[in-house]
Design a protein around this ligand. Sequence first.
Ligand code: SAH
Length: 248
Amino acid sequence: MSCKRVPSPIGWALVLAMLSLAALSGMADMAAFAQKLASDPFTADRLRMVETQIFARGIEEENVLEAMRSVPRHLFVPEGLRDQAYVDFPQRIGSGQTISQPYMVALMTALLNLEGGERILEIGTGSGYQAAVLSKMGAIVYTIEIREELGKQARETLDRLEHRNIHYRIGDGYQGWPEEAPFDAIVVTAAPPEIPERLVEQLEVGGRLVIPVGRYFQDLMVVTKRKDGVTKQRVAAVRFVPMVTDVE
Ligand code: SAH
């Protein structure tokens, strides 16, 4: 004879309590989501950007995806271009410079292999967007921009968003930041014609330099520092603004 077990009255009360708790917490999630949508009208665009442009192209590192879901990219482009901030292209940020395409930011970030807590040097602050993504991932960021007006503007944006783990310098990134070296990773977001030796010197052994290299035709490279030299890996053909030594 089979014996079906039915919950006792106390059991039923527990089930009911759990169900209503689940419903309530679901509503709390929904409410939080609705609030987020209301306070940031670009939330849905941003989540779609991460799904369709980044995850769909093979970037699965959850810390990268999460950072890109949370940094409000539209606040890093000029006001008139905000509704274009989440499209699959680079965007103009003024002074003839660009903020990289979202996928490129994700790819370069994923190539750095971050776990959180690393000290990272970024060359080419630009809008500050890449720095924001790195900072969201728990890195301590040292970022250098050669164009003063861009560097200042980026700092204002990042201060407003309360990124406290970013250090700023206006200057020539070819020199690196020797006082703070060695770095666990270095990311360069403008293209030099060749890999700058100074930057390799400022890497920790085991650290990675992610950098576009070349004049017109450029390769995105990962340079890994070893005890007895470096290994170089070519990742993709890319097109970045040139890394310059001087601005007029
Ligand atoms: N990481 C930026 C993209 C910046 S575009 C972002 O997320 O928006 C590249 C930037 O590199 C430009 O702002 C350009 O002014 C800067 N740059 C070019 N040569 C440089 C150099 N030698 N040192 C520092 N920055 C440089």
